[in-house]
Design a protein around this ligand. Structure first.
Ligand code: BES
Ligand code: MN
Ligand code: ZN
Length: 457
């Protein structure tokens, strides 16, 4: 992907003119008649991502017009649409816009190539002046890592493979990465992770990555790592089970984000906790109405084995909380209800801390990677009451499922710890330029921007 961002050289380039919808009239008024007329015949209005190829008098490609918009995506259609060759942006962009252009270009060259050769070559862009190349590269690599992990099918990405991916990342950044596997989860007091994952062929585990100076503020990322979610004994129907290789989307996202944070050497003490399991079906699977022990000591009645994400996260969140970090962020493909509420491409954000929540929403708006805040609505807490245990893992109400799931998680974090919960789809349901159908790291750029602001030097 970064291969298609190249250094300026003596080789010939074709100019790309970025034009905004609001500035298109003025811009065209200063161009020669051929450009003006050609833009008009082609209805070029500078809409974000709109592309217009301008021919020379003898019918070769003279230049390219592209409609600009917020964030990287308006650039992402170009590398596939243009013939291979070298292109250069013929305008001065401010540094954030230059970075968006480079990032959009690189992501426009993303392809999932684990099982087949790249299907095409792309056009190359001369690195735009003012772009922080390191920043572009670390975000693009973080996003690509997350996408690749999510799109990889469960047959090739079980809990052990997810742990390997975390260890590979740790080696790259000289981080420490340990795992607690199988029955050791019982000894080390992670009973819920063990209960959910014990029926699978690959043993359940807790992945624990640590990096950075212990004197810095502690940021702990927690990612739901359900490598496949059959629903357990409350087995999902065929339509519901189909895409459940993506149920480790939260884990993939936090690994991609961790890559960016470590690559930037942000002054934080980073910890990544991933409970990695497959929610499977076998004779030793946990049952409906089993009562599980949890790390925090609260008992949980299993109203539904398909509400497994919150169970494994409860143990990981309790551990995260135990060292009083500056901030805990968990990311999870937790509920279908969040998707009903907000659709597939807008993650839900819940937080006990208004300041952090606002900061993340603002960062998301700034970089065009939006989230939408939903409430930890207190009156719904009673729906999680159980007749036999401290909590039920499902709500007795059919409504407000994303909220009750978030309220369940809140039970495992102390009120004084700033905590953010992101409920995400982790998957592009259709293809857009730079965002092909498949795994997606929603909110990664927003989260990274917030981290820069909160922890930046
Ligand atoms: N992984 C699913 C949630 C999910 C499903 C996310 C589809 C995105 C798309 C989760 O483990 C689950 O099954 N949740 C249940 C909870 C219910 C049993 C309370 C759900 O959302 O139906
Ligand atoms: Mn489930
Ligand atoms: Zn799940």
């Amino acid at each position: 992907m970064l291969d298609y961002l190249v250094n300026r050289s003596r080789a010939k380039t074709i100019s790309i003119h970025p034009v905004s919808a609001s500035g298109v009239k003025k811009w065209l008024s200063k161009q020669r008649a051929a450009v003006k007329n050609w833009a008009a015949v082609n209805d070029f209005a500078g809409k974000p991502g709109q592309i217009c190829l301008v021919p020379s008098a003898d019918g070769h490609l003279d230049s390219v017009l592209v409609g600009t918009g917020p964030g990287p995506w308006s650039w992402a259609g170009l590398p596939a649409r243009l013939r291979t060759g070298r292109y250069a942006i013929a305008a001065e962009l401010d540094p954030p816009a230059a970075q968006d252009a480079a990032m959009g270009w690189a992501l426009g060259c993303y392809e999932f190539t684990r099982y087949r050769k790249p299907r095409r070559k792309f056009a190359s862009l001369i690195w735009p002046d003012g772009a922080d190349r390191g920043r572009v590269a670390r975000l693009v690599h973080g996003i690509a890592l997350a996408r690749d992990l999510i799109t990889t099918p469960a047959g090739d990405l079980g809990p052990a493979d997810l742990a390997e991916a975390a260890k590979t990342l740790a080696r790259k950044h000289r981080a420490r990465c340990t795992t607690i596997v199988g029955d050791a989860l019982i000894e080390k007091k992670y009973p819920a992770i063990h209960a959910v994952g014990r029926a699978a062929a690959q043993a359940p585990r807790l992945i624990d990555l640590r990096w950075g100076n212990t004197r810095h503020k502690k940021l702990t990322l927690v990612g739901k790592g359900v490598c496949f979610d059959t629903g357990g004994l409350h087995l999902k129907p065929a339509s519901g089970i189909q895409l459940m290789k993506k149920d480790m989307g939260g884990a993939a996202m936090v690994l991609g984000l961790a890559h960016a944070i470590m690559d930037a050497k942000l002054p934080v003490r980073l910890r990544v906790l991933i409970p990695a399991v497959e929610n499977s079906v076998a004779g030793n699977a946990f049952h409906p109405l089993d009562v599980l022990q949890t790390r925090k000591g609260k008992t949980v009645e299993v109203g539904n084995t398909d509400a497994e994400g919150r169970l494994i996260l409860s143990d990981a969140l309790a551990e995260a909380d135990s060292e009083n970090p500056d901030l805990i962020v968990d990311v999870a493909t937790l509920t279908g209800a969040a998707r009903v509420a907000l659709g597939t491409s807008l993650p839900a954000l819940f937080s006990s801390d208004d300041a952090v929540a606002e900061a993340i929403l603002a960062a998301g708006n700034e970089v065009d990677d939006q989230l939408w805040r939903m409430p930890l609505h207190e009156p719904y807490r009673r729906y999680l009451d159980s007749h036999v245990a401290d909590l039920n893992n499902i709500s007795e109400s059919r409504y407000g499922g994303a909220i009750t799931a978030a309220l369940f998680l809140r039970e495992f974090v102390s009120a004084k710890t700033p905590w953010v919960h992101i409920d995400t789809m982790g998957w592009n349901s259709d293809s857009k330029p730079g965002r092909p159908k498949g795994g997606e790291a929603f909110a990664l750029r927003a989260m990274y921007r917030m981290c820069e602001q909160r922890y930046g030097r």
